[in-house]
Design a protein around this ligand. Structure first.
Ligand code: NAD
Ligand code: UDP
Length: 328
């Protein structure tokens, strides 16, 4: 065994999840390279890392091939918020698919282990509840969300083929709505929107009647699962999934605690009692999923993992981050 630090590449590492992951891996002694074109990410997320001699930032677009010798490649590059991925849909589908292909080609040439962040959006507007990994989904292939949903589904298909055809060591997770500090204030996703609106005394924008549900996972729980999964030997991963009749390793990672969007808004206002905000109703975006909740039995069994941070515990930590950001 070599004592050299593990070399890790994180595509999309200047974003919300990637910047947390970079910090974790550095704290564990790894050498970390972040490759990002700052489409939705920000250098402010990684300022504190720039002076670390084990950290490198590369301004690069994953759609263009890249090179380097790494032990582990984490593929996160892709805008994740509906307003941002729909802003430039052709770019979104290219980033998902071509970025994945460039990642897998590099891994194939250099024998790196790959971690791919897929999404609960591959289930679309699910008609099975909760969603297990074996569910094929209910997706509109032509709607405004399809650049993301289908891009991520195609990326999964590509991973499956690189595994089957070339034996590349790939682990995929389908992340369910994750929140926490370092979300961008203009990210547009619901948790950051509601907190920012309440802190700024603006009205809380409920899309539709607010009865659609999501299951919210705090960032630390996601990172724990990612690290446990990536640390497993290739043979363990292969045997586990083969034993479950699944030739390709993919795990749901999320918190099964399910809330309506209205319940979330009420909880945020309860935690910020001085907010002058009222709930206002705006049109529901097209193809907005009605319900979403992960079945996490497989992740529990393989990783001995389950989320620990409830929404009531994670929201105050996230509120505290935005308070500091806005000096409130
Ligand atoms: P984010 O938007 O904060 O981060 C995405 C990062 O990718 C940003 O830094 C952005 O600049 C970068 N990026 C975008 N296009 C790029 C390109 N062409 N080349 C290089 N970098 C590019 O989003 P996030 O929440 O941190 O999501 C990270 C990953 O996790 C995404 O792939 C997303 O699909 C996936 N995911 C996130 C969630 C969630 O709830 N946060 C849920 C499901 C899946
Ligand atoms: N949403 C909302 N108000 C907002 C932002 C989002 O009511 O200001 C709703 C959105 O319509 C969806 C849910 O909250 O039903 C989660 O939206 P988000 O964009 O966070 O994630 P996704 O739809 O991708 O799960």
């Amino acid at each position: 065994m070599s004592n050299l630090p593990k070399k890790c590449l994180i595509t999309g590492g200047a974003g919300f999840i990637g910047s947390h992951l970079a910090r974790r891996l550095l704290n564990d002694g790894a050498e970390v390279t972040v490759l990002d074109n700052l489409f939705t990410g920000s250098k402010s997320n990684i300022y504190d890392l720039l002076d670390n001699p084990r950290f490198t930032f590369l301004m690069h677009d994953v759609v263009q091939p890249f090179w380097g010798q790494f032990d582990e490649i984490y593929n996160l590059a892709c805008p994740a918020s509906p307003i941002h991925y729909q802003r430039n849909p052709v770019e979104t589908i290219k980033v998902s698919f071509i970025g994945m292909m460039n990642t897998l080609d590099l891994a194939l040439k250099t024998k790196a282990r790959v971690f791919h962040t897929s999404t609960s959006e591959v289930y679309g507007d699910p008609d099975v509840h909760p969603q297990p990994e074996t569910y094929w989904g209910h997706v509109n292939t032509l709607g405004p969300r399809s650049c993301y949903d289908e891009g991520k589904r195609a990326a999964e298909a590509l991973c499956a083929d690189y595994i089957r055809e070339y034996g590349v060591d790939v682990r995929m997770i389908r992340i369910f709505n994750t929140y926490g500090p370092h979300m961008h204030p203009s990210d547009g996703r619901v948790v950051s929107n509601f907190i920012v609106q309440a802190l700024q005394g603006k009205n809380i924008t409920l899309y539709g009647d607010g009865n659609q549900s999501r299951s919210f996972q705090y960032i630390d729980d996601l990172l724990n699962a990612m690290q446990l999964y990536m640390a497993l030997p290739h043979s363990t991963v292969k045997e586990f999934f083969a034993g479950h009749g699944m030739p390709v390793p993919v795990l749901n990672v999320g918190n099964p605690g399910e809330f309506t969007i209205k319940e979330l808004a009420e909880m945020v206002l309860e935690m910020l009692p001085n907010a002058k905000s009222k709930l206002i109703y705006q049109p529901l975006p097209k193809d907005d999923p009605k319900r979403r909740r992960p079945d996490i039995a497989l992740a529990k069994e393989l990783l001995g993992w389950e989320p620990r941070v409830t929404l009531r515990e994670g929201l105050p930590k996230t509120i505290e981050y935005f308070r500091t950001l806005f000096n409130k």
